[in-house]
Design a protein around this ligand. Structure first.
Ligand code: PRP
Length: 181
């Protein structure tokens, strides 16, 4: 494993991720059959999950990306969402699925969901690879969840610490001394 000295443990192996992503893709394919949803990936963390998920979804989809930041280089949400890159696809009347790597406090996804609905989306559902229910501070409905995970600092499969570790194949728990020093 790359950067393995910084990692305490594997939380979710790449084999388990693959199996669960297949299940989520089947669910989305079934729920959205005969429609052409707009899939909005939230950069940067969602890019690997989104690429794997959409190659298993058997639908005609449109794809776009949005980039927001609420954490910056810190380890807890600032609560302030900064829109760094907007989507360019016309969303009026569209059924949208927002794809995220992780939902923690829920602030980011609530902000995005409300923004997309205000702009005229017909519906907005959320697909997240990970959810940390114990960290939630806002009430938000998440339709597709890969794994519910404990409150550990996770990296890999798109997720980072200070832009490192995104390309690890497994979802790993970072050693405390790495992010607390
Ligand atoms: C992470 C993650 C979500 C957000 C979730 O983004 O990708 O967008 O935090 O946290 P919340 O539920 O508390 O709002 P981050 O700001 O770390 O950027 P990144 O996607 O570029 O890694």
């Amino acid at each position: 494993m790359k950067n393995c000295t910084c990692v305490k443990d594997i939380l979710v192996s790449s084999a388990r991720i693959d199996k669960r992503v297949t299940e989520l893709a089947e669910q989305i394919t079934n729920d959205y059959k005969d429609t052409s949803p707009l899939i909005v990936g939230v950069l940067k963390g969602a890019w690997i999950f989104m690429a794997d998920l959409l190659r298993k979804v058997e639908l005609d989809v449109d794809v776009d990306f949005i980039c927001v930041s609420s954490y910056g280089c810190g380890t807890s949400s600032s609560g302030r969402i900064t829109l760094l890159k907007d989507i360019t696809t016309d969303m009026i009347g569209r059924d949208i699925i927002v794809v995220e790597d992780i939902i923690d406090s829920g602030t980011t996804l609530l902000y995005l969901k409300e923004m997309l609905l205000e702009r005229g989306a017909a519906s907005v559902n959320i697909a997240t690879l990970l959810s940390k229910p114990s960290r939630r501070v806002v009430d938000i409905d998440v339709k597709y969840v890969g794994f519910e995970v404990p409150d550990e600092f996770v990296v890999g499969y798109g997720m980072d610490f200070k832009e490192r570790f995104r390309t690890l194949q497994d979802i790993c728990i970072l050693k405390e001394e790495v992010y607390k020093k």
